[in-house]
Unconditional design. Structure first.
Length: 247
């Protein structure tokens, strides 16, 4: 399984790194921030063959859908399948309509939108629980005996331990600094310490920290987050956009 991190930053771009977006084997895309369609084009990824899975519709995870819809409509390609958390499908319609109200129907025709909820299975992708202020989910991909787990934005949940059990690579958000675990949970987020605890309890092979707020806290915070997590779970990294993992 080829896992390409298109972006890993927290909430906004920073130093050429976009918010979280993960491409698996050129056909599965998890989250689509604003720069994502251009980056896919730059890498010669055929977007008309993608299946898109959104963890939630906050701007840093979904704004690229506007450009993607426009591209598919103009180029007369698609439609492509887009999966969103149940309860968010109406918000996606509003998002696309905001781009071009008169052409909203045609732009939405670029997508086959399907709402999902924890427990659903879409081919090789399982939907798992997430806890965030808006409808949100995470995903587990199992392909060729390999597995990738992606939390999206969430506070830690007891169900994550079993959902991510034995995962080859756990991609876990780490928005809040170590020591702010209570604040993180209150805001529907996690710290690197909480991510590491989940990785350890679930017995995963590797942990990748994403959604790290370097634009707000500074670039060096990546090393601080990894160091804090490594005290609990040693096989941890904080990948940058453009890094690739082979599972």
């Amino acid at each position: 399984m080829r896992v390409l991190f298109l972006g890993t930053s927290g909430s906004t771009f920073d130093r050429g790194n976009m918010p979280p977006s993960i491409l698996v084997d050129q056909d599965l895309l998890f989250d689509c921030p604003a720069p994502c369609p251009y980056e896919l084009s730059r890498r010669n990824v055929p977007v008309e063959k993608l299946t898109v899975f959104l963890t939630h519709l906050h701007a840093d995870h979904s704004l690229g859908l506007l450009d993607l819809a426009w591209h598919l409509w103009i180029s007369q390609k698609g439609p492509i399948d887009v999966y969103v958390p149940r309860g968010a499908e109406g918000e996606l319609e509003k998002l696309v309509a905001s781009l071009h109200r008169e052409k909203a129907g045609q732009l939405l025709g670029a997508f086959n939108v399907t709402p999902v909820e924890p427990g659903d299975l879409i081919g090789e992708v399982e939907v798992v629980e997430a806890s965030h202020p808006v409808p949100a989910v995470g995903y587990v991909v199992r392909r060729g005996g390999r597995s990738l787990c992606y939390t999206g934005d969430t506070s830690p949940l007891p169900t994550h331990v079993e959902a991510f059990r034995g995962c080859g690579l756990l991609v876990h958000e780490a928005t809040y600094p170590p020591g702010m675990e209570e604040e993180a949970v209150a805001d529907g987020h996690s710290t690197p310490v909480q991510a590491a605890r989940t990785a350890l309890a679930a017995g995963v092979d590797r942990l990748a920290l994403v959604h790290i707020p370097t634009a707000r806290l500074g670039w060096s915070v990546r090393e601080e987050y990894v160091a804090a997590a490594a005290k609990i779970f040693s096989r941890v990294s904080a990948p940058l956009g453009g890094e690739e993992y082979i599972l």
